[in-house]
Ligand binder design. Structure first.
Ligand code: HEM
Length: 291
């Protein structure tokens, strides 16, 4: 693995670091996931946390520097305008999104070498009874989902990361979260239009602006009659992303992947999500107060 304390000048990551100054000036923004990207001058040692971010953009583009630069610039432009870091501290409607998302820390996760894994749960099954309420206002859903993603990233603590991330193809990135979608009580055979609109928009946003932030994805409580949906979803996703997805019929199968720290509903011995998970702030009356 390349030694980040002595990166050779010709190394693609070092070349990327030399261009940070120009990219952040063009975007007029230098914050990514709460980290301020630092410029590097020829001959200087780049900042470790800046390299963490740059390496994610490089890996997402199979090590192609011009493509990684373009993606980083677009992500910075988007962050300047959307201000996702602020979303994390906003107050969300409990009626629409309460109980739908939790960020947890789990020990003994099988699919990661880390001592503790950050795992984000999306309990989308809970919205199945009235999908219009949660997904009908696409902009509001996106803001809430982005807030949960920023909370996930702060749990990854990239600002205190000490390990280097291997180059593309040279091993796993130790600074990625796990994602779980729980579809318990989903019973319809057709995907409602509002779910389709919200999910395809957030999938596009995540792949453009949050590259390499999530490693493995687990879809639990997927009824056999709904497993065809995996086929339609695969069309939206890269083959690398599909390779890291696992789906299962029962919640109790999840313990095999995430270890005993998960709650009883997932076959483990840990506390329930509402006890152990972090989430964004909710207010029953947020809509009423706005009016
Ligand atoms: C009530 C039914 C469902 C709802 C409300 C729903 C909702 C969503 C939403 C909002 C996303 C966007 C990504 C995110 O938030 O992380 C998503 C992604 C996805 N869903 Fe579903 N979904 C449903 C059913 C299913 C079923 C039955 C499957 C089949 C296993 C499925 C597979 C997927 C896949 C593969 C993705 C892409 C994940 C990613 O790349 O992050 N969904 N879903």
């Amino acid at each position: 693995m390349a030694d980040w304390n002595h990166l050779p000048k010709h190394h693609v990551l070092y070349q990327f670091a030399l261009q940070v100054d120009q990219i952040t000036a063009e975007a007029d923004h230098n914050e990514m996931y709460g980290i301020m990207l630092q410029p590097t001058k020829e001959g200087d040692k780049p900042s470790h946390t800046t390299l963490i971010i740059l390496q994610k953009f490089l890996r997402a583009n199979a090590g192609d520097l011009p493509k990684a630069k373009t993606q980083l610039l677009e992500a910075l432009n988007w962050r300047k305008q959307y201000r996702p870091l602020e979303a994390k501290d906003e107050v969300f409607s409990k009626a629409k999104f309460g109980g739908l998302g939790y960020v947890t820390r789990l020990k003994g996760v099988v699919d990661t070498a880390n001592e503790e894994g950050v795992a984000t749960f999306n309990i989308y099954g809970a919205a199945a009874k009235n999908p219009k309420k949660t997904f009908g206002d696409v902009d509001a859903f996106i803001r809430w989902r982005i807030a949960l993603m920023e909370l996930t990233l702060s749990a990854l603590a990239l600002n205190t990361a000490t390990l280097p991330i291997p180059d593309y193809g040279a091993g796993p990135d130790p600074y990625q979260a796990l994602q779980i979608h729980d579809y318990l009580s989903v019973s319809f055979f057709r995907q409602p239009a509002e779910v389709k609109a919200s999910s395809s928009r957030i999938i596009t946003l995540f792949s453009k602006y949050y590259p390499e932030t999530v490693s493995y994805k687990y879809f639990v409580n997927v009824p056999i009659v709904m497993q065809w949906m995996m086929g339609t979803m695969k069309m939206l996703l890269s083959s690398d992303a599909v390779k890291k997805m696992t789906w299962m019929t029962y919640g109790s199968e999840l313990v095999q992947y995430l270890g005993q720290g998960v709650g009883k509903e997932y076959g483990g011995q840990g506390p329930s999500l509402s006890e152990m998970g972090e989430t964004v702030t909710y207010d029953d009356d947020v809509e009423a107060k706005k009016a």
